[in-house]
Ligand binder design. Structure first.
Ligand code: ADP
Length: 163
């Protein structure tokens, strides 16, 4: 049995994340998507909203589940009985910070491996930040985020503009 976690902020989930989730779920037995409440980031969606969106868009992936976590990612991996942590790599710009995280994790938990997935070409420029910016200005999000996330953006920006 290979259990893996896929940790991140997912604020909100994009097709880039979903691509990694599907590909990872295809090669491991069980995948737990870990939603982190990153105190250094100021999220648009609450943890509950991010989890709900992830659950909706991964409902057809039987071996994937979604869980909240806080604290060290390696501790969360242990809680999930996972020896593998999945991360996605977009461009060279991701490489430096991802390398740093992976090496730090390896030094504190040598029994847990980080497995990188190279982004699929159409999503190589896509981040939650870019999706938020496009949504904020009301531009077309199709091809970037699932319809459930598009709707959540509409709700969010309707509320914040006081309509
Ligand atoms: P974090 O705040 O931990 O970076 P994110 O939600 O931004 O969380 O990303 C979680 C993981 O998904 C990271 O490994 C990130 O590199 C990866 N990722 C994000 N967007 C994409 C994408 N478009 N293609 C491939 N991987 C991605």
């Amino acid at each position: 049995m290979v259990n893996a976690i896929y940790p991140g902020s997912f604020d909100p989930v994009t097709y880039g994340h979903l691509d990694i989730i599907r590909r990872a779920a295809g090669v491991v037995d069980k995948l737990v998507i870990g939603v982190l409440n990153n105190s250094s980031k100021n999220p648009l969606f609450s943890v509950e909203e991010r989890i709900e969106l992830l659950e909706k868009v991964t409902a057809d992936i039987p071996n994937a589940s979604v869980q909240y976590f806080e604290g060290l990612t390696v501790d969360f991996a242990r809680e999930c009985d996972a020896k593998v942590m999945i991360r996605g790599l977009r461009a060279v710009t991701d490489f430096e910070s991802e390398m740093q995280i992976a090496q730090t994790n390896h030094s504190i938990a040598p029994d847990i491996e980080t497995l990188f997935f190279a982004t699929s070409l159409p999503y190589s420029f896509l981040s939650s930040t870019i999706a938020k910016e496009i949504a904020f200005y009301g531009s077309d999000l199709s091809g970037l985020v699932p319809p459930e996330v598009e709707e959540a953006f509409q709700e969010k920006f309707k509320k914040s503009s006081g309509e």
